[in-house]
Design a protein. Structure first.
Length: 469
């Protein structure tokens, strides 16, 4: 039988296998999970490994004889939750969880002090099946929800055990869970394939309760998921809306969640207009040649003089969302990128890291989708920029986002740059608020209206206009 030799993080393992195997699938059976943001189509090249001294794609390479595979070092995402941690355990505790498409965020919460004791974050291991919800819905449609649920629950069990053990907690009564509609379906092991085809009907949107033991959490009595609004505006947005302040009586505010899918909500004290824009794969790095999540080695800041900052003070290996916004803004300012988005050749930051003309096009598509969705919601609501009190931006990189650069590129309205409020992981923070204060989230879902931009001719017109810089 042929032998597969795996070298990962300085540790070598060798196993025998039968017949011809797809390398990515074979590694998965050994709990060696390689991210495949494109869903294994061979398009993103993010699953590159070293096979017998040569770079190969794990999602495409067939092994049939003795082979040595070196797995690149895998860094955790640097996720800023925005939480203030007390570090002090009290008697009455619960756990709050945000299941992001990219990142998992967990909080141990004191119900006595109504504050977070400690947070823990990690990559969502489902990224092995694709960076965005569509990739995972497609996988679910072909293979069912079981594997997607299993890999997620396994990681969460580990995180919960570590967090409770750190504070010598044997068990908690409740865990409150938020996430987009797809993530919650997969968390409960529910087939999410109906979310991928018209009319995009969720199996459930309401609050869901289940015994912790039923999902394998022996140290949690009951799991409670928060309610959602639609297939595309889930409990993560509802919890975020519960977290941010309501505007004054005659004003509106915007909540913009720049994750793997951009969700935008225009709201006043009584009503919520919601829409989504397909922008995420750009911001999460999946469609960018040197794109990556905010982890060690990612260029996260770029300045006009050509200097840049790298997460972890390491050698640059890629670019995360905040770095991409900064780089493109400076290239537009100095004329390297034309107003149309044309750039003659690759822009190199280092020997390994560059921005290509194709990357610029991907960013244009993403920023146009977000800006056009914002303008559409304002039109539907009969709202002017002067009517907006605050522009809340949520997401893992919101606190590090250079708002001047984002506004200059028209990723967000320049008219609202002075009203920008970063709220980091508003989903997790909103879930904590709900656990502590039991604010009425169902009321938000009842007062919400989803605007389907795909059926809106105004969105199409705005999309072409907002492509330019």
């Amino acid at each position: 039988m042929p032998i597969l030799k795996i070298i990962q993080n300085g540790i070598t393992r060798a196993i025998a296998f039968d017949g011809e195997k797809l390398l990515g699938e074979l590694l998965g059976t050994l709990d060696v999970h390689i991210e495949k943001p494109c869903g294994g189509r061979g398009a993103c090249k993010k699953c590159t490994v070293i096979v017998n001294g040569r770079e190969e794609l794990a999602c495409r390479y067939i092994v049939h004889s003795d082979v040595e595979v070196v797995i690149p070092e895998n860094y955790d995402i640097v996720s800023v939750t925005g939480a203030t941690e007390s570090g002090e355990r009290t008697e009455n505790l619960c756990i709050c969880l945000d299941i992001g498409t990219t990142t998992l965020a967990l909080a141990l919460v004191s119900l006595d002090d109504k504050q977070i004791i400690k947070t823990q974050t990690a990559k969502n291991p489902q990224r092995e099946f694709g960076a965005d919800v569509i990739s995972r819905i497609e996988y679910c449609a072909k293979n069912g929800a079981e594997e997607l649920q299993k890999i997620l629950i396994t990681k969460l069990l580990q995180m919960v055990d570590e967090l409770l053990a750190e504070f010598n907690v044997a068990s908690v009564e409740k865990m409150y869970v938020a996430g987009n509609t797809t993530m919650l379906h997969l968390f409960f092991g529910i087939d999410a394939s109906s979310l991928g085809v018209s009319p995009y009907t969720p199996v459930f949107l309401e609050e869901k309760r289940i015994s912790g033991k039923k999902l394998g959490f022996d140290n949690i009595d009951e799991i409670i998921s928060l309610p959602g609004i639609s297939a595309f505006v889930g409990a993560d947005i509802v919890s975020g809306l519960g977290f941010v302040d309501k505007p004054k009586e005659d004003k509106y505010s915007l909540l913009i969640d720049l994750g793997t899918n951009a969700e935008i909500v225009l709201f006043n004290r009584d009503k919520y207009l919601c829409a989504t824009a397909a922008a995420g794969p750009c911001f999460e790095g999946a469609n960018i040649s040197c794109g990556m999540s905010a982890s060690t080695g990612a260029v996260s800041l770029y300045q006009a003089d050509g200097s840049y900052s790298v997460i972890g003070d390491a050698e640059p290996v890629g670019i995360c969302a905040t770095g991409l916004v900064d780089i493109i803004a400076e290239l537009v300012r100095n004329g390297t990128i034309e107003e149309s988005g044309y750039m003659e050749e690759d822009f190199e930051l280092s020997e390994k890291v560059s921005v290509t003309p194709g990357d610029i096009r991907e960013f244009q598509l993403a920023k146009s989708a977000v800006m056009s969705a914002i303008e559409c919601l304002l039109k539907h609501g009969g709202v002017q920029f002067d009517d907006i009190e605050k522009m809340y931006i949520a997401g893992g990189f919101s606190a590090q986002l250079n708002i001047e650069n984002a506004a200059y590129l028209r990723l967000v309205p320049s008219e609202l740059a002075d009203r920008f409020v970063p709220v980091n992981n508003s989903s997790l923070l909103g879930t904590v608020k709900f656990a502590c204060k039991k604010n009425d989230l169902v009321k938000i879902t009842k007062e919400s209206k989803f605007i389907d931009l795909g059926a809106d001719s105004t969105f199409s017109e705005l999309f072409f206009k907002n492509m330019s810089f």
